[in-house]
Design a protein around this ligand. Structure first.
Ligand code: CA2
Length: 143
């Protein structure tokens, strides 16, 4: 099984500020968790992070016919991007939305998720472990 993990803007800055919201772990530690999870569950995990909406849309389109599942944390684009929602709908690859923080308990604008409307599941407030849980869910249900 091949899973594509997509991370949106500023996720590469994890651990640098706002540790009370996003934890102390760095983006490099997230990459290590993804690699370890892939090995432990016997799935191929590819990761892509971008600060650019179109680059994320391009990557979702390119996943068509190549990946069996998508884990996506669109970060701020979660709350604004109809383009990412449409791309997820277009490829129809089972996708799990991950948020490191508990977005439902934050500002009202973070409680709206466009991408989530095309996802089979949302995991939030679990810190970086949410990514492991999302990969395990896809493996269990779509592997
Ligand atoms: O909780 C999440 O995973 C979010 O997707 C993270 C986004 C935020 O815009 C979403 O509402 C919820 C932010 C990504 C990282 O932002 C940083 C901010 C300060 C320092 C480091 C990263």
């Amino acid at each position: 099984m091949k899973i594509l993990v997509l991370n949106g803007p500023n996720i590469n800055m994890l651990g640098i500020r706002e540790p009370d919201i996003y934890g102390k772990q760095s983006f490099q530690e997230l990459l290590a968790i993804l690699e370890e999870t892939g090995k432990a569950l016997g799935v191929t995990v590819e990761q892509f992070q971008s600060n650019h909406e179109g680059a994320l849309v391009d990557k979702i389109q390119a996943a068509y016919g190549c990946f069996d599942g998508i884990v996506i944390n669109p970060a701020a684009y979660t709350h604004t991007s109809v383009a990412i929602l449409d791309a997820l709908k277009a490829v129809a690859i089972p996708a799990v939305e991950v948020h490191i923080s508990q977005v439902d308990a934050r500002e009202p604008f973070r409680q709206v998720s466009y991408a989530g409307m095309a996802c089979v599941k949302t995991i939030q407030g679990q810190g970086l472990d949410g990514y492991r849980q999302a990969i395990a869910y896809l493996r269990e249900n779509y592997g």
